[in-house]
Structures are given as structure tokens and as C-alpha cells.
Design a protein around this ligand. Structure first.
Ligand code: ZN
Length: 81
């Protein structure tokens, strides 16, 4: 099934300053993941993390499916924070 997410801009702790980021919340169970950056790619990354982390997320799609495909490609290229 498709699950909507709530995306909120937040400030994350950096080494010496705060870094803009996003909190992506599963609308179904309230599980939240935090990602660095506020771009569309960051949002898609958060959606992919929800898909892995949400207790209900095994077969769910978060956000739009095209974004998820790109997210998976980014993860497969071993992108790191
Ligand atoms: Zn959830």
C-alpha cells in the first residue's frame, strides 16, 4: 500500500553548527527518520529509510514510487551521510 509521509524541516546537530535537515514521519504509525539536507533527494532518502525502519513498512511505499526508485539507486551506490 501507499503511505503518506509528513515532512518537517528541522535542524540537526553538526560538528560545529547545526545543519538543515528533514524529519520524515510515517503517517500510519508516527515513526520518524531524520535526514541531512532539505532537497527532494533528502526527502526520498527519508522515505526509503522509513520503508526499512517502519514496523509496518515491509511492503509499503512512501512518497512517490519514482522517488523510491531513485532512492534505492542512491543507496546502492553506497552513499553515506
Ligand atoms: Zn509506519
Amino acid at each position: 500500500m501507499r503511505v503518506d509521509v509528513d515532512v518537517t524541516e528541522i535542524e540537526l546537530e553538526g560538528d560545529h553548527t547545526t545543519i538543515p535537515g528533514l524529519a520524515v514521519e510515517c503517517s500510519r504509525c508516527g515513526h520518524v527518520v531524520e535526514v541531512y539536507g532539505t532537497s527532494g533527494a533528502s526527502e526520498r532518502r527519508g522515505c526509503a529509510m522509513l520503508r526499512e525502519d517502519c514496523p509496518y513498512g515491509e511492503s509499503n511505499f512512501y512518497g512517490d514510487e519514482a522517488g523510491l526508485a531513485q532512492c534505492k539507486a542512491e543507496r546502492d551506490s553506497r552513499w553515506r551521510w
